[in-house]
Design a protein around this ligand. Sequence first.
Ligand code: SF4
Length: 249
Amino acid sequence: MDKLDLLFPEAVGEWTPDRLLPYRETWRHRSPEQLLEWALRTFSPIALATSFGPSGIVTMAMVARLRPQPTTFYLDTGLLFPETYRLRDQLAEQLHLQFTQITPELGLEAQVEQYGEALWASQPDLCCQLRKVRPLRHFLASQQAWITGIRRDQGGSRATIEPVEWDYAHNLVKLNPLAYWTREQVWDYIREHDLPYNRLHDEQFASIGCIPCTRPVTAHEPERAGRWAGQVKTECGIHIQPDGKVRRV
Ligand code: SF4
């Protein structure tokens, strides 16, 4: 053991679902900042994922305060809104971050050649596989843990997430520090800390992804109703476990 191992013995050795299990209870009701502080000194390499949504902004602001230049990545499908790229640049400047851009192997033109126009309309699951799920899997293969901004109150398969879980799809530790936060808490934090946000939120967009699969919502619709509207699909697949269920450590 070196000096660092003696200071943080938790950080030593391989992580498995069994080893992680006791931490689920420990971290369930602590603050996101406490969880992030523990996670950043326990797991290495560790990366923060963002789609530049409000929860991701809060999480990255918390992480940026704890560690200079944390690994922060986003999945660039090539179909993001110009407003999203503007927000990326604002966040990079304000929080002193350098974003890692993860891109699909298949460019958009090659996708059209191989699968035809508008794969997102004809086979959205395949489109998400090619543009999000596979690139993420490839990137996470080099990580010990990843941090997301997903929350229980976003509903669907997210309704039962825990702050600390084992990600069976990618075989690593997954941390959801805002799991028990509400949408209101997230927006309060953004206002209190004067953080930038995607200006499309001022035009009734609640959850913002790729241009072809995102529409504004009415005041009475759930947060994610504007994603893949009119389809049964509710998730791109990066937060779904391999057996189609959400298995928790
Ligand atoms: S969200 Fe839509 S456009 Fe983006 S990768 Fe998925 S199906 Fe394709």
